[in-house]
Design a protein around this ligand. Structure first.
Ligand code: GLU
Length: 463
C-alpha cells in the first residue's frame, strides 16, 4: 500500500471539541503507524461563525498534544475560486446544472411535503432547463437508479438506494461553495487517501462520493468513528462539565493523559489501559475501532491523569505546573517545591490539585478548610504549643526521619497518638487535612517557618 495521506479538518465555528481531538489523534496515529502524512485543513467556510480565536486554539491544542502535522495547513476559505471552478466545470460537463428556484418556492414545497408527511427532496424543476440567471445556484445532477455502497473501514459495508439522493447544492447563489463541494475538492487536491472522521458525517459521504464520481476522481477510503457521549447517553457537551479540549487542559489534565484516554475511548488493544504514545503508534489500526458510541468516564480520566502525574519526571512536572500556580515563584521557592514533588505527585489527580498543594512549600495557608477547626480545641492548642517547643530545637539541616523521631518522642511523652499530633500540625501548616508528610514539609520549609505557621493558627483560633 502507498503511504496514506490523511487529514484533520476542523471547523473553527466553535471551540475545538474533545471528540474532534480524538478524530485528530486517530488520523495522526494512522499516518504515523503507516508511514504516511497527517495534514491539517481549517474549514472556515462559514465566515460568520468562524473566529480567529477558535482557529488559534486548534493549532495550540494540536501542539499541546504533540500531534504534529505535515505540510502547510490548508485554509479552506482561500480556495473558494478553485471550488467555483470545479462547480462550473461540472455544469459544463452536464454533471451539474443551474437552478433558479427561489428560496421561497423551495420552502413552500418543503412545507407541503411536511404537511403531507412525506420526506422532502428537491423535485428537479430546473434539471432539464437551460437556466441563465445571476440568482441561480448550482446543483449536482444526482444519479437516480441503482445503489451506492460505502465499504467503511469502521462501520462496515453501508448501502443506500440512489433514488434517496437529491440534487443538492454545490454553489450558492452568492457564489459561495457549500461544505459538500469544498470538502471533496480539497480532499482530492490534497491527495487524501483515507477520510477518518466522526460518524455524524456518514450520510454526507454518499453525497460526496457523487461529486468524486462526477469529476472522475478516485474515491478515498472512509472510516467513520462513533461519537463520544456523556454518562447519560447524550452527545458530550458543556452540560456534562467540560467538552472542549481547552477545558481539559485548563482543568489540569496532562496531554499524555488526554491522548491515552481518547485513544482508549473507542479503540482497544486487548485489556491494555496504559498506552504511551510510542506503543500507540506501534499498535494503532482502524480494525480495532469499536462501532458503538463511547461513554466519557470522568473517574477513569482522573485515575489515568494521576498515573501520568506520578510518572512524569519531577522537573518536567514542575515546569508544566508553573502556569497553574497562583503566583510566580523564585528559584529558591522552585527548589523547595521540587524537593517536595515526590510527596505531592502521589496525591494529585490534576495539575490544578498539584499546584495548589505545592504552595504549601512556599507560603503559609491563605485560609483554613473548615475541617481544620477540629484541631482548634483547647487540648489540640496545648499540643501545638508543645509542637512549637520541639520545633525550636530542630536544626536547620535535620532530615525528615530525624524530625519525625522528635515528634514520635513528643507523642509518647504526651500520651497522645502520633496521628493526632500530626493532624493538628497539618491543619496549622497546610490549612487542610490532606497533604504530604508533615515532617517532610518541616524539613523543606524549615523550623522557623513551621513555628510561624503554627503560631498564626493558634492566634487565629485562640486570639
Ligand atoms: N469540518 C468538519 C467538522 O468539523 C469535518 C469535515 C470532514 O472531516 O470531512 O465536522
Amino acid at each position: 500500500m502507498l503511504p496514506p495521506r490523511v487529514r484533520f479538518a476542523p471547523s473553527p465555528t466553535g471551540v475545538l471539541h474533545i471528540g474532534s481531538v480524538r478524530t485528530a489523534l486517530f488520523n495522526w496515529l494512522y499516518a504515523r503507524h503507516n508511514g504516511g502524512k497527517f495534514l491539517l485543513r481549517i474549514e472556515d467556510t462559514d465566515r460568520v461563525r468562524s473566529t480567529d480565536q477558535n482557529t488559534r486554539l486548534i493549532f495550540e491544542i494540536l501542539e499541546w498534544l504533540k500531534l504534529d502535522w505535515d505540510e502547510e495547513p490548508v485554509i479552506q476559505s482561500s480556495r473558494f475560486e478553485r471550488h467555483r471552478e470545479i462547480a462550473e466545470s461540472m455544469v459544463a460537463s452536464g454533471m451539474a446544472y443551474r437552478c433558479r428556484c427561489s428560496p421561497d418556492e423551495l420552502a413552500a414545497k418543503k412545507a407541503e411535503a411536511v404537511t403531507n408527511g412525506k420526506s422532502y427532496k428537491y423535485d428537479g424543476t430546473c434539471r432539464d432547463e437551460a437556466v441563465d440567471c445571476d440568482q441561480s445556484v448550482i446543483r449536482l445532477r444526482a444519479g437516480q437508479t441503482g445503489t451506492m455502497t460505502v465499504a467503511d473501514l469502521v462501520q462496515g459495508s453501508v448501502t443506500i438506494e440512489r433514488s434517496q439522493l437529491d440534487d443538492f447544492v454545490l454553489l450558492r447563489s452568492d457564489g459561495a461553495p457549500t461544505y459538500m463541494l469544498s470538502v471533496v475538492v480539497d480532499d482530492h487536491d490534497m491527495g487524501i487517501t483515507h477520510v477518518i472522521r466522526g460518524d455524524d458525517h456518514l450520510t454526507n459521504t454518499f453525497k460526496q462520493i457523487q461529486i468524486y464520481e462526477a469529476c472522475g476522481w478516485a474515491v478515498p477510503s472512509f472510516a467513520h468513528i462513533p461519537l463520544i457521549y456523556g454518562p447519560d447517553g447524550a452527545k458530550l457537551s458543556k452540560r456534562h462539565g467540560a467538552a472542549s479540549a481547552v477545558d481539559y487542559r485548563d482543568l489540569g489534565y496532562l496531554p499524555e493523559t488526554i491522548s491515552n484516554y481518547l485513544l482508549r475511548l473507542g479503540w482497544s488493544h486487548g485489556d491494555d489501559e496504559i498506552i504511551p504514545r510510542d506503543l500507540a503508534v506501534e499498535w494503532f489500526d482502524l480494525k480495532n475501532v469499536g462501532r458503538s458510541p463511547s461513554r466519557f468516564d470522568m473517574k477513569k480520566l482522573q485515575n489515568l491523569n494521576a498515573h501520568y502525574i506520578r510518572n512524569r519526571d519531577n522537573s518536567s512536572l514542575m515546569n508544566y505546573m508553573l502556569p497553574f500556580l497562583n503566583r510566580d515563584v523564585d528559584d529558591s521557592e522552585k527548589a523547595k517545591i521540587l524537593r517536595g514533588m515526590n510527596g505531592l505527585k502521589d496525591r494529585a489527580k490534576t495539575v490544578v490539585d498539584l499546584a495548589e498543594s505545592a504552595m504549601t512549600y512556599v507560603e503559609p495557608p491563605s485560609r483554613y478548610d473548615s475541617a481544620c477547626s477540629k484541631y482548634a480545641t483547647e487540648a489540640h492548642i496545648c499540643i501545638l504549643r508543645d509542637v512549637i517547643g520541639v520545633l525550636s530545637d530542630v536544626g536547620i539541616s535535620e532530615t525528615e526521619e530525624q524530625i519525625s523521631q522528635r515528634f514520635k518522642d513528643l507523642s509518647k511523652k504526651l500520651e497522645v497518638k502520633l496521628v493526632e499530633v500530626a493532624q493538628a500540625m497539618r491543619a496549622a501548616l497546610c490549612g487542610k487535612l490532606v497533604s504530604p508528610s508533615v515532617f517532610q514539609i518541616i524539613e523543606i520549609i524549615g523550623p522557623k517557618d513551621a513555628i510561624d505557621r503554627i503560631s498564626a493558627f493558634i492566634q487565629r483560633f485562640v486570639g
